[in-house]
Design a protein around this ligand. Structure first.
Ligand code: KG4
Ligand code: ZN
Length: 344
């Protein structure tokens, strides 16, 4: 009989401190401590994020072990986010994981955060079918916008990416212009539900290949609001839902234009979305619709596995554990960290 594989996953790349326990690819516990401290600053303050990680990490890991109802001694390996992300934040999770693995005398597994977002599709769940290979994943988060061709669990290739801002950033910066607190993406989504997406038009960026650029769209939005408010000081309050719906549609349709091109180019049968912006209700709806129209299998992770979480780190660790892809105690955090093919 095959023995159980239990992995402790730790994520601390940005402003969420998270710990998860996986058992044979199922998630027994996934805890996230959010950091409210950033909301009034309109963005993540790196120094404050590191400090909050330091306060949160021990209770979060402790609680995850309790909820999973396991003993520390049952953990087979510690998987942690090495990068990309904020260096001070990554250092907390990296140091903690190294100490934990050393203390328990178990293997240490480094995980690329972007690869982990894609791997969230492979968390086992009786209600959701995991995608087959090859599949094309649109990873959209606060730090990244990527189209990833997934050939196997640990074999991925980025075929399109943003040249500047990430789509999540474009949501958050627009929200700031609208005086909404950080992170504004979920609030734009919420207000957009009662708005008319055809009320305003924003220009679509023209970028070659499968790449993206969102800085122009963000600037166009800033000038549009500035001009409207000049004419009517209550413009934002009077038209918030329509503004959110129109801007959201521009952003998501821009993202989908390239994704549709990639689907045609790589002729995949399976598509999926990952990352924080995958929680966006309009994007989820549109991707499901595209799947239906093109008879593709669509995989959309549960909301808790879209935004930053340690369950995706644990599942990546689970697959690396089986291939014995371990790292040693000399490993360090890496703020800029390209996703590489783990297997040739
Ligand atoms: O993956 P994530 O939790 O962290 C990063 O790795 O960046 O993504 C966070 C991003 C933020 O920009 C946030 O505004 C955005 O995801 N986000 C959303 C929604 N939920 C989170 N954007 C649009 N609609 C949402 N419902
Ligand atoms: Zn992320």
């Amino acid at each position: 009989m095959k023995r159980d594989i239990i992995i402790l996953g730790i994520e601390s790349s940005c402003d969420d401190t998270s710990a998860a326990i996986s058992k044979n690819g199922n998630i027994l516990a996934n805890l996230v401590a959010n950091q409210d401290v950033h909301s009034s600053y309109g963005g993540v303050v790196p120094e404050l994020a590191s400090r909050a990680h330091q306060q949160n990490i021990l209770p979060v890991v402790d609680q995850a072990i309790k909820i999973a109802n396991i003993e520390k001694g049952q953990i087979d390996a510690v998987a942690f986010t090495r990068g990309p992300g904020l260096l001070g934040s990554l250092l907390v999770g990296t140091s903690f994981s190294k100490a934990m693995a050393m203390g328990l005398d178990i293997p240490l597994i480094e995980v690329n955060h972007m690869q982990a977002h894609v791997m969230s599709h492979f968390i086992l769940n009786k209600d959701i079918e995991v995608p087959g290979f090859p599949f094309l994943c649109l990873t959209v988060s606060g730090g990244h916008t990527e189209i990833v061709l997934v050939k196997d669990y640990l074999k991925m290739e980025v075929v399109g990416r943003t040249n500047d801002d990430a789509v999540g950033e474009a949501f958050d910066k627009a929200a700031k212009i609208l005086n909404l607190p950080y992170p504004g993406g979920p609030l734009i989504d919420k207000h957009a539900r009662s708005g008319n997406a055809a009320a305003y038009n924003f220009p679509k960026p023209k970028i070659p290949d499968l790449d993206y650029s969102f800085s122009g769209l963000k600037t166009a939005f800033l000038y549009f609001i500035r001009d409207q408010v000049k004419d009517s000081p209550t413009f934002i309050d009077d038209h918030l839902a329509d503004i959110c719906a129109s801007y959201q549609k521009s952003l998501i349709e821009t993202v989908l234009d390239k994704f549709l091109r990639a689907i045609a180019e790589y002729k995949v049968g399976h598509i999926g979305i990952a990352g924080g912006v995958a929680a966006n209700s309009y994007l989820r709806e549109r991707v499901a619709q595209i799947g239906k129209e093109k008879t593709l299998q669509v995989s959309i992770p549960k909301l808790e596995f879209c935004t930053d979480n340690a369950a995706m780190i644990a599942i990546t660790g689970h697959h690396k554990f089986q291939k014995e892809l371990f790292t040693d105690q000399t490993i360090g955090a890496q703020a800029r960290y390209q996703m590489i093919n783990e297997e040739q």
